[in-house]
Ligand binder design. Structure first.
Ligand SMILES: [Fe+2]
Ligand SMILES: [Fe+2]
Length: 261
């Protein structure tokens, strides 16, 4: 194991396991004026404070969109079995949301103005999904959350952060805790859409327009977070190409993949 990796494990793992250590680093920064977290940034062991909060802010926003969507979709679910799954998903999303919020709070990094850390187009995901649900469009609401938003989170967590995960078993476990559920939600979305398409319960022109809108928002959101992607060692162009392939594969069973240009 390289010295850098050894140093990483020595520093990052205990900090993530015992938030008091990271809080102490931050307090030391404030007392001395040395931005230790920035000093360590070239090693990508610990991102700067600003970047740490910004990265968490996007995951927290994603979870709150997922919580709101899975809750609101229950009222327009096509059948009781689907409604029950969404109720279970809402309780997962609530748990995920707390998972991120609690950890940021334990690090002493929860700002008063968390939404200001989030890319503008990331916030628009939620608004567009809300409008679809308000108009009674179940298929679009499900695509918006269970395919587009969750798919983006899954890709960011699986394609990115490999160095971070290598440096810390704690971070790997922290991400895997959420990922297992998200993969399940994604499969539910894919299967439900396929069934709705077979039963001809999808308004194709309306849903295709929704997919096109969400794709535009998703690509703009990626362009707005170069710093977060850099912290995860992700190239924006590679991520967008993977998103397109991933979304098309998820939408293909319902015959909706052509909506993605
Ligand atoms: Fe989630
Ligand atoms: Fe989810």
């Amino acid at each position: 194991m390289s010295l850098k990796k050894r140093l990483g494990k020595l520093l990052v793992d205990p900090s993530f396991r015992h938030p008091a250590i990271l809080r102490a680093v931050i307090a030391l920064d404030e007392a001395t004026g040395i931005d230790l977290m920035s000093v360590l940034k070239p090693f990508k062991m610990v991102p700067s404070r600003q970047l740490f909060v910004r990265s968490f802010a996007h995951f927290i926003t994603g979870e709150s969109i997922a919580l709101r969507t899975s809750t609101d979709l229950q009222a327009i679910a096509p059948d009781e079995r689907t409604r029950q799954y969404l109720a279970r998903q809402a309780s997962d999303e609530d748990r995920h949301h707390r998972h991120f919020v609690d950890r940021l709070g334990q690090f002493g990094l929860m700002p008063d103005n968390l939404p200001s850390y989030v890319a503008p187009n990331f916030g628009k995901f939620g608004e567009r999904i809300d409008r679809a649900i308000a108009s009674g469009d179940f298929a679009s609401g499900l695509i918006g959350n269970n395919v587009i938003v969750e798919g983006l989170a899954i890709l960011m967590m699986t394609m990115g952060g490999s160095e971070m995960r290598e440096n810390s078993d704690e971070i790997a476990k922290f991400m895997e805790y959420v990922l297992a559920d998200e993969r399940h939600h994604l499969r539910f979305g894919e299967r439900t859409l396929k069934r709705l398409a077979e039963e001809e319960k999808i308004d194709l022109p309306r849903t295709e327009q929704f997919v096109a809108d969400m794709w535009g928002t998703a690509t703009m959101a990626v362009d707005e977070i170069p710093d977060v992607l850099d912290a995860l060692d992700l190239d924006p162009g590679t991520l967008k190409a993977s998103m397109r392939d991933f979304y098309r594969a998820q939408l293909r069973p319902a015959g909706l993949e052509h909506a993605l240009a």
